[in-house]
Design a protein around this ligand. Structure first.
Ligand code: TYD
Length: 199
């Protein structure tokens, strides 16, 4: 089973992922961007305020392809539970926001375009826990350490996450991440327990 954690920066997602890691010692815990050299290339691009958004999309997507073949698919083939801190929805939400101000021929919708790129090769998540927080709180908590953490940008990212939830309500579980972190972690724990018990 493939369980993904998604949400804005500062939603408590990584802390929740760490809490789950302690509870599921046999599961494979992973994240995107990865720590491979593709992930290093992504990190370089994130530090560059002038990075071309389309080039950046393909760097993140290359990192995802490598993550899939090297980590995710082998673990799933072994029958493992895979829990990942960010996955495809991060691209659909973040890079669609980056591309919104950019060029796409024929007035193509960035989110649909990015989904199409992934459709032909990715492994879709079985379930996604979405940590929902308002952009102001997210930016404040994250401390705006990278270009993706600014309020106006995060507003667009959040709208994209909402589109994704609307499109596949059965895949998503929403957690109110404006609550104190211990409550958020408890909620994630409860959902994870229920979702994995169903399998
Ligand atoms: P990082 O600090 O490594 O992770 P986090 O903030 O989740 O602990 O930064 C990851 C940043 O990259 C985060 O701002 C979201 C962004 N991102 C994308 O824009 N697209 C993607 O596909 C992924 C995986 C992340």
């Amino acid at each position: 089973m493939l369980l993904t954690l998604e949400g804005l920066d500062g939603s408590g997602k990584t802390t929740a992922w760490e809490a789950l890691r302690d509870e599921y010692p046999d599961a494979v815990f992973t994240r995107e961007p990865t720590d491979s050299w593709y992930g290093d290339a992504v990190a370089r691009s994130m530090r560059d305020d002038d990075a071309d958004p389309l080039a950046e999309l393909f760097l993140f997507t290359a990192d995802h392809a490598d993550h899939l073949s090297r980590v995710v698919r082998p673990a799933l083939a072994d029958g493992a539970l895979v829990v990942t801190d960010r996955y495809t929805d991060s691209r659909f939400a973040y890079q669609a926001a980056s591309l919104a101000e950019s060029y796409l021929a024929g007035g193509r919708d960035p989110l649909n375009y990015i989904r199409e790129i992934h459709e032909v090769f990715t492994h879709p998540p079985d379930a996604t826990i979405y940590l929902d927080v308002d952009p102001e709180t997210a930016a404040e908590r994250a401390g705006a350490t990278n270009k993706f953490e600014r309020v106006a940008y995060l507003e667009r990212v959040r709208e994209n996450y909402e589109r994704l939830v609307d499109a596949e309500p059965e895949r998503f579980v929403r957690v109110d991440a404006t609550r104190p972190l211990p409550d958020v972690i408890d909620a994630v724990r409860d959902h994870a327990e229920r979702l994995t018990a169903d399998r």
